[in-house]
Ligand binder design. Structure first.
Ligand SMILES: [Zn+2]
Length: 81
């Protein structure tokens, strides 16, 4: 399962091979491509979430002010009953 394979004929090739011994294709599929993609995606998400939390903590007073402003605006724009 964790082997380098030819992308054309799916022959198992060694990790040092740059071309397929069966068909001569240079498209060798890495077994770690999918996992590498997963890990990178997770890292990017984690950095984004952590960065967002730090941003919210640094601007802790700003969002509250904005929310209270919005609340006041909605209070003002409410139709009088
Ligand atoms: Zn091949």
């Amino acid at each position: 399962m964790y082997q380098y394979r030819c992308a054309c004929c799916n022959t198992v090739v060694s990790s040092t091979d740059t071309s397929c011994p069966e068909c001569g294709s240079h498209s060798i599929r890495s077994p770690f491509g999918f996992w590498f993609f997963c890990i990178v995606t997770c890292l990017v998400m984690a950095v984004g979430i952590i960065g967002g939390k730090i941003y919210l903590q640094q601007n802790d007073e700003e969002p509250q002010k904005v929310i209270s402003d919005l609340f006041h605006v909605t209070e003002k724009t409410k139709p009088s009953e």
